[in-house]
Design a protein around this ligand. Structure first.
Ligand code: SIN
Length: 293
């Protein structure tokens, strides 16, 4: 019998809440049910969790695969995979305060991210998630076909250089990753196609002239940020979000300064993004959402 997960979808195209899952004691059947729900709903929220210790969080995340280590953030001595997300009154920047897919500049960007919020501001600090399946599927077939032939550069020096200097990171000699990926990627677990450019890391569509690239990226960013593709999560203490970076983007709102927000994040290593026309499921007409746009 499949593991009985309690799943409550949040919107027609993205997000679901999961209750009564014991993440401190994961079993293979629970992990595979969560993984299937993640691929389908793209971001999962667990609001009824106790505070997980760093090793419990790392152990749970490892049930999905090898963990990814962030190329820039300060690493915890005991758990190098753990990334502390922290903004407070003295912060100059807050992590994730712009639309992005985590570390898309890496050759193998993380497939998923798990964040547990340990301290929430009295109001604000929500995270917005957007479905890149919905963004792609609602484009016209002609534009979809054109985009399938393109690749884009994802860079990170402009994002990361100096960002963690207030947390003791001296990156003056460090090189930051930069890679090209297809503009449309095939999800390796369900074959759906997702738009894979984001305004934080993507700098250029390789096959186009600079002015053409800029115009097309501007259009795609505007399109992928439509509210119809989004779910917005208001954190409670110890809530956990688990998102699929292969099919989503997110934006962590920094509207709570000078208050504090603190969370523990781990990311699970993904594969090299690819576009596979043969694996792509044939589209039968427009999705319900696309018909209304
Ligand atoms: C991130 O981009 O990983 C941070 C998300 C958040 O703080 O809500």
């Amino acid at each position: 019998m499949n593991f009985p997960l309690n799943i409550e979808p949040l919107t027609p195209c993205i997000g679901a809440k999961i209750t009564r899952a014991d993440l401190q004691n994961p079993t293979p059947s629970m992990t595979s049910a969560i993984r299937a729900a993640l691929v389908e709903h793209q971001v999962l929220f667990f609001e009824d969790q106790p505070e997980l210790s760093p090793s419990e969080q790392v152990t749970f995340a490892k049930t999905f695969g090898e963990l990814h280590v962030h190329p820039a953030a300060p690493a915890d001595n005991q758990h190098p995979e753990l990334f502390v997300i922290h903004a407070h009154k003295d912060s100059k920047v807050a992590n994730g305060n712009g639309w992005h897919t985590d570390v898309s500049c890496d050759a193998k960007p993380p497939m998923a991210t798990m964040l547990q919020m340990r301290h929430v501001p009295s109001t604000g600090g929500d995270t917005l998630f957007a479905s890149m399946f919905a963004a792609y599927e609602s484009l016209s077939p002609a534009l979809q076909t054109f985009l399938q032939r393109l690749t884009a550069r994802h860079e990170s020096e402009h994002v990361y250089r100096g960002r963690y200097s207030d947390r003791g990171v001296d990156d003056s000699k460090r090189e930051y990753p930069s890679h090209s990926h297809p503009v449309v990627r095939t999800h390796p677990e369900n074959g759906r196609l997702a738009l894979y450019v984001n305004p934080s890391f993507t700098t250029r569509i390789n096959e186009l002239r600079a002015d053409e690239s800029q115009a097309l990226l501007e259009y795609l960013y505007k399109h992928q940020q439509r509210v119809e593709f989004q779910a917005r999560f208001a954190w409670k203490e110890n809530a956990i979000a688990l998102w699929d970076n292969r099919s989503t983007q997110h934006f962590a709102l920094w509207d709570y300064w000078p208050e504090e927000r603190l969370g523990h994040r781990v990311t699970i290593l993904g594969d090299k993004p690819y576009f596979d026309a043969a694996q792509a499921k044939p589209r039968r007409g427009l999705t319900k959402l696309a018909r209304r746009l």
